[in-house]
Design a protein around this ligand. Structure first.
Ligand SMILES: Nc1ncnc2c1ncn2[C@@H]1O[C@H](COP(=O)(O)OP(=O)(O)OP(=O)(O)O)[C@@H](O)[C@H]1O
Ligand SMILES: [Mg+2]
Length: 223
């Protein structure tokens, strides 16, 4: 099992009011699985994804990545675990504007001390998404869809065990959204890559090998 979350609960304190977002939620994800999590705005999708990605912590329950309970890790080990095992793709891609597409993709590899191998892998990845021609462009010179595909490559460069992506198509037109979903499906098939995608879009939800709905803090499996 690549990711295992057990009995996750999360509440936020707003003044005197307590807002419970997740209620004893459990989820496991295996190799090659695409889990989609659909829910309306405010249902807790980002909160859940941040907890699964160890960017936030739950009030109770456990998260294990590749068999390691993340609660036992200090900040340095946690950062290393994230960089090694998890790839993140956000709707606002967070590419660094002063670096080229290729350089952006190489950043996570450099943090791991990867040299020549990383560069040739990056070039293969650019070829895989038909963006070889755009490798030396800066983010400002790319379309929204191209930027997101570059962000996907950046998430893939360290061969993560799981990719977490929060409403990835939210900002894209239909054509680019379709291309991104196709890329996700291909990546999961070709690299046996596990992935969790949050969305409020029924169509995005349908690409999941397992589609879930987040409602009242509980995850319901639809298919
Ligand atoms: N740091 C915080 N402090 C207080 N309340 C928060 C905090 N973060 C999120 N919330 C609340 O928790 C609920 C879930 O938020 P979350 O961002 O996870 O929803 P979401 O499903 O991702 O929504 P969207 O589709 O709009 O992105 C919301 O009601 C939100 O206001
Ligand atoms: Mg959100």
């Amino acid at each position: 099992m690549i990711l295992e979350a057990k009995q996750i609960s999360k509440s936020f304190q707003n003044g005197t009011k307590e807002l419970t977002v997740l209620r004893k939620l459990s989820l496991s994800v295996d190799k090659g699985e695409i889990v989609t999590i659909m829910g309306p705005s405010g249902s807790g999708k980002s909160t859940l994804l941040n907890i699964l990605g160890t960017l936030d912590s739950a009030n109770s329950g456990t998260v294990s990545i590749c068999g390691k309970n993340v609660a036992y890790l200090d900040d340095v080990s946690l950062a290393e675990l994230r960089n090694r095992h998890i790839g993140f793709v956000f709707q606002f891609h967070h590419l660094l504007p002063e670096f080229t597409a290729l350089e952006n993709v190489l950043i996570p590899a450099e943090l791991m001390g990867g040299g020549h191998d990383a560069k040739s892998r990056a070039k293969e990845l650019f070829e895989y998404v038909s963006l070889t021609e755009r490798m030396d462009h800066f983010p400002s010179q790319l379309s929204g869809g191209e930027r997101l595909r570059v962000a996907v490559l950046r998430a893939l460069i360290n061969t993560p065990d799981i990719i977490l992506t929060d409403e990835p198509t939210g900002n894209l037109d239909t054509g680019n959204a379709e291309r991104l979903l196709e890329l996700f499906t291909n990546i999961c098939r070709d690299f046996q890559q596990a992935m969790i995608i949050t969305t409020h879009d029924q169509h995005v939800s349908s690409i999941g090998t397992r589609a879930c709905r987040l409602e009242d803090g509980i995850l319901h499996v639809i298919t």
